[in-house]
Design a protein around this ligand. Structure first.
Ligand code: CO
Length: 134
């Protein structure tokens, strides 16, 4: 069901410092920050030849990333995103197998303008999984 790795998202306490590390130390191509208030995050995209890395900084109160950073002060991997051909079919297949879809189960528009869903980390090896419509 899952296809390509679309991105790995890293929660960061300081977006500018994260950008400097990846751009200046690792020599990566990084985007300008993009605010996504509906997801409670400010995002920077790191473009690699075969995938993307996304830095997530909390935006506004009640950001889901803020809670993560309380437990991981230096930042850390927050989720990984896999592409699926048909997000509704993928959701229904997963639900039928007992997997938990976060929120109301309806896809939201994600960072790349495509529908996304999140799967409960306890069902997937302790890792929060995002599915994105390819
Ligand atoms: Co993501």
């Amino acid at each position: 069901m899952i296809g390509r790795l679309n991105h790995v998202a890293i929660a960061v306490p300081d977006l500018a410092a994260a950008v400097a590390t990846y751009r200046d130390v690792l020599g990566a191509e990084v985007s300008q920050p993009v605010d996504q208030p509906e997801h409670g995050v400010r995002v920077v995209f790191v473009t690699l030849p075969n995938t993307k890395i996304e830095f997530l900084e909390p935006l506004g109160s009640g950001s889901p990333v803020a809670k993560f950073l309380e437990r991981n002060e230096a930042g850390g991997i927050h989720h990984i995103c896999y592409e699926v051909d048909d997000i509704l079919a993928a959701r229904d297949t997963l639900l039928a197998q007992g997997a938990r879809v976060l929120g109301d189960g309806e896809p939201k528009i994600g960072a790349h303008g495509k529908p996304v869903l999140f799967l409960h980390p306890k069902d997937f090896l302790g890792t929060l999984i995002e599915l994105e419509q390819a």
